[in-house]
Write a protein that binds this ligand. Structure first.
Ligand SMILES: Cc1cc2nc3c(=O)[nH]c(=O)nc-3n(C[C@H](O)[C@H](O)[C@H](O)COP(=O)(O)OP(=O)(O)OC[C@H]3O[C@@H](n4cnc5c(N)ncnc54)[C@H](O)[C@@H]3O)c2cc1C
Length: 380
């Protein structure tokens, strides 16, 4: 897989998106730093972002999307992540659902996809339960067949933008095995409760309680009992976007650090003139670039229609861990200023620490990579 220089169209799309983000999204996320952005405000942002092609970038034109490449989507998403990890997570969940819906029943697609592509409704995907995170095969949320409906009961936890969500693709256990049902908050009902965290508090991470929700069987996403396959496909998308999210965090930390070390002086010189500082900046750039290139390989493979589970795990595991190191270095380079809430680097470090827990931890990615290489599962 070779690296491709961005086309003129891609460069223009990225530049105009960056200008918009700095002018219209940055002031809002600055105001709401570590505070929950109200749903109406978040919706205004996602509607404006939709005009630049996210979340519909790779959705085929016949389904209302832009029909662009995954590579272009990755470039745009890196810009968003570098501007705000919270808003990026919100858009990411809609990107995941927008990728699932073209394959869903026409009734579901027509009802939800246009609204989602326009950023008017929020969707989320709930797999994790309190005792079930990495081992998704043990999901306990039940969907019991009742004629042409399912009765759903269970509790999901740690679900990104759960409080915002209007619809929720819920991983359930039916009599045929793991499956996914799209639950509409208004039509079928579920309750959400926000959960505070060390970072990413400008959007919601929530517990979702589903009690006797009566959901039509036509709301199945993928075949009943084939939930592991649906998760695999979704997982590939999620790992890509989370990897790009980490690259965005590294980019932001590097930009902040370059600005600081070239202005801040000690012992009569800007600290950028010190060799140890220069080495740190170079290391940060190497990690950022290596992460971006691994992600670009993956995005290129997705554009070529190739499966890339292992490459996705490699890229995500590397980028997630690299982001923690790069953001930590950024705090260190800023000295005492780095640990204050006056500057952005401490927030970036807290966000970088949260990201490797999402969508499959680096440990789980290591197990998947090693299993693919050796043919031996180190899982139980
Ligand atoms: C901010 C945030 C947003 C999230 N959003 C969503 C969402 O939208 N939807 C959703 O379904 N989930 C979401 N999650 C949940 C996330 O996917 C899980 O937290 C993650 O998969 C890990 O599961 P766990 O937290 O239960 O940890 P556990 O599985 O209990 O793991 C605990 C630790 O043990 C390690 N570990 C586990 N098993 C093994 C093993 N076999 N070998 C070696 N190490 C192992 C893990 O790597 C981890 O370090 C979110 C989490 C966070 C923090």
């Amino acid at each position: 897989m070779t690296y491709r220089v961005p086309t003129e169209e891609q460069t223009l799309a990225v530049e105009s998106f960056r200008k918009f983000l700095l002018a219209e999204v940055r002031p809002v996320t600055h105001t709401y730093r570590d505070r929950f952005i109200p749903k109406a405000t978040m919706r205004e942002l996602t509607q404006r972002i939709a005009e630049f092609g996210l979340p519909g970038c790779t959705v085929p034109v016949e389904h209302g999307g832009m029909g662009w490449s995954y590579t272009t989507q990755g470039m745009l998403f890196e810009e968003l992540a570098a501007c705000s990890c919270d808003v990026a997570l919100c858009v990411m969940l809609n990107m995941g659902l927008a990728a699932m819906l073209p394959g869903a029943a026409p009734e579901l697609r027509e009802r939800y996809l246009p609204e989602m592509l326009a950023g008017r409704i929020f969707g989320t995907i709930g797999i994790r339960e309190l005792e079930i995170g990495s081992n998704v095969t043990e999901i306990t949320t039940r969907a019991v067949r009742d004629g042409d409906h399912f009765m759903v009961n269970g509790t999901k936890t740690g679900i990104t933008h759960g409080v915002y969500s209007d619809v929720f693709v819920c991983a359930v256990r039916t009599e045929k095995g793991l499956s996914h049902l799209l639950i509409d908050r208004e039509a079928h009902g579920y309750e959400t409760r926000n959960v505070g965290k060390i970072a990413l508090n400008a959007q919601s991470t929530a517990q979702i309680v589903i009690a006797d929700a009566r959901v039509p069987a036509t709301h199945l996403i993928g075949e009943e009992g084939e939930g592991l396959n649906t998760m695999k496909e979704f997982g590939e998308h999620a790992r890509t976007h989370l990897g790009v999210l980490s690259v965005g965090l590294m980019r932001a930390a590097l930009d902040e650090s370059i600005a600081y070390v070239t202005q801040h002086a000690q012992f009569g010189k800007v600290i950028a003139a010190r060799q140890l500082i220069a080495a740190k900046i170079a290391d940060m750039a190497i990690r950022t670039d290596a992460g971006r290139l691994l992600l670009q390989r993956m995005l290129g493979m997705m554009d070529a229609g190739l499966r890339c589970d292992v490459q996705a795990s490699i890229a995500m595991a590397f980028a997630a861990e690299a982001a923690v190191q790069v953001c930590r270095d950024a705090v260190q380079l800023h000295g005492a200023n780095g640990v204050t809430r006056e500057l952005d680097v401490e927030r970036l470090l807290r966000e970088a620490m949260a990201v490797p827990i999402l969508g499959g931890t680096p440990e789980i990615q290591q197990l998947a990579i090693a299993r693919a290489l050796t043919g031996v599962a180190a899982f139980d």
